[in-house]
Every structure is written in C-alpha cells, then in structure tokens.
Design a protein around this ligand. Structure first.
Ligand code: ATP
Length: 238
C-alpha cells in the first residue's frame, strides 16, 4: 500500500504538490493522471524518497521509503528510463542491480525474457531505442518481484505490441495482489488498464475513484471535465 498524508512539496514559489492525501491500494491498477506539471512525477519521487515533503508524509506500507530495510524488494520503480549508463549492456545493468539488492542471478535471465530483451541483452544501452529503454526500465522494476510498483509513463515510446504487453502485465500483477501505480497521458490506454484512477491538478487531488464512477461519457470526457480548471499549459493560450 502507498499512502500520501497531507503532503506538500514546493520548489521556490512553485507548489508542486499541495496538501495531497490519497491511498493506493493493492490488487488493482491505479492510473495516475493529470495535466503537464500537475505534480505526478514529484508525487512518485516523494513516495520513493527521492524528494522530502515540506510537510505531511509519503509512506510505503506505513513507512517512509528511506527507512525500508530492503527497498528494491519492497518497491519496483520506473521513473526515467534514460537514466541508465549508456556504456553498460542491458545484462550488466540488471546484474549490477541484482548484486546491489542481493538477488539470485537467475532472475536476470527471467526478466530479460519477460520483457522481450533476451535477444539484445548483450548490447550497450546507449544504442537502445526509447521503447527498448522502457522495457529495460520495466525489467529493472520487476527484478526483485516486488509487491509494489511505481511506474512513470511506462508505455511512452512503446510500440503497439509493447503497449498491450505492458497492459496485460500490469493487470496480471494487480490480479496477483500487487499494488500498481502507473502514470500516463494516454487516457484511452488507461481506460483499458486501470481499475481505479487518481487525478490531480496543480498538485491537488481532483478525483480518486473507479473510471466508471467519474460521471458521463468516456474516461477522457471525465478527465477533461475534471482538469479543465487545472491546466497550466494549453495550446493557443496567450
Ligand atoms: N526539481 C525541480 N525544481 C523546480 N521545479 C520543479 C522541480 N520538479 C518539478 N518542478 C515543478 O513542479 C511542478 C510539478 O512537476 P511534475 O514534474 O511533478 O509534474 P508532472 O505531473 O509529472 O508533469 P508532466 O506530465 O509534464 O510530466 C511543475 O511546475 C514543475 O515545473
């Protein structure tokens, strides 16, 4: 379970997250939606202990991330798929992570196979496409088979086969009791993937409900209604 309790995070005069309280439950895929600059990545970074809240608490199974005894075993994360040493091979990257987390090396081949990267495991990541990097990011998040996953835009750059594979994977993980928090701007994809959605705008909670409880029309209709007053960057604005 992931929990934000009245969390506020500011950067100078920008309030990225504004008294946000929400609980992300196991056993379902929770889609995390909001316009550009709404605070989604900041919220995920707060949960992962990469940022400290100004006030409030961001908790993983009731505890702040930095106090977890075996963090990689408890939470798998994909934040920035580009943040991998370009000179390392995919296998070496996973090997380094596995060693750091004290995992069996056999798990490396398993996640390479699972994410469709087995054939390119010996190639340097610097030559990977965006979609291949996303797959490697997912492989890293899944390496320790953690009960909680925090994924920032995991299908960004994936081809249609990769998008469907990710959807099936996330739904399967949730069906097996995992907590899955996934951000995306692809609302139609989220409509197919998420059992529950959390919508934020300007750092504030706008909705926390199953997609079909958000009112009339499609998830996209509901999303646009909810965020209408919270869009900071709009094409054609002067
Ligand atoms: N390190 C930082 N320093 C200064 N401002 C920041 C920093 N990180 C985020 N912000 C600001 O906080 C706000 C929220 O940003 P955040 O990246 O969390 O939004 P987001 O919902 O993930 O957006 P997007 O959908 O565009 O990725 C924005 O106004 C952003 O400019």
């Amino acid at each position: 379970m992931l929990e934000l309790r009245e969390v506020t995070k500011t950067y100078g005069r920008t309030t990225a997250v504004d008294r946000l309280s929400v609980t992300i439950h196991p056993g379902r895929v929770t889609g995390f939606l909001g316009p550009n600059g709404a605070g989604k990545t900041t919220t995920m970074r707060l949960l992962l202990g990469l940022e400290r809240p100004d006030s409030g608490a961001a908790l993983v199974n009731g505890r702040p991330y930095p106090t977890l005894a075996r963090p990689l075993q408890e939470v798998g994360a994909l934040l920035d798929a580009g943040a991998v040493h370009p000179g390392r091979t995919a296998r070496a990257h996973l090997g380094w992570l596995a060693a750091a987390a004290g995992l069996e090396r056999s798990r490396i081949a398993e996640v390479l196979e699972l994410t469709g990267l087995a054939g390119v495991a010996g190639r340097r990541v610097g030559g990977f496409s965006l979609g291949m990097r996303q797959r490697l990011g997912l492989a890293s998040a899944l390496l320790a088979d953690p009960p909680i996953l925090i994924l920032d835009e995991p299908v960004n750059g994936l081809d249609p086969e990769g998008v469907r594979w990710t959807r099936d994977l996330l739904r399967d993980l949730a069906a097996r009791g995992r907590t899955v928090l996934v951000s995306s701007h692809l609302i139609s994809e989220m409509a197919l993937t998420a059992d529950h959605v959390v919508v934020i705008g300007r750092g504030r909670l706008l909705a926390d409900a199953p997609p079909d409880a958000l009112g009339e029309g499609s998830l996209e209709d509901a999303y646009l209604r909810l965020t209408d007053q919270a869009v900071e960057y709009r094409a054609g604005d002067r």
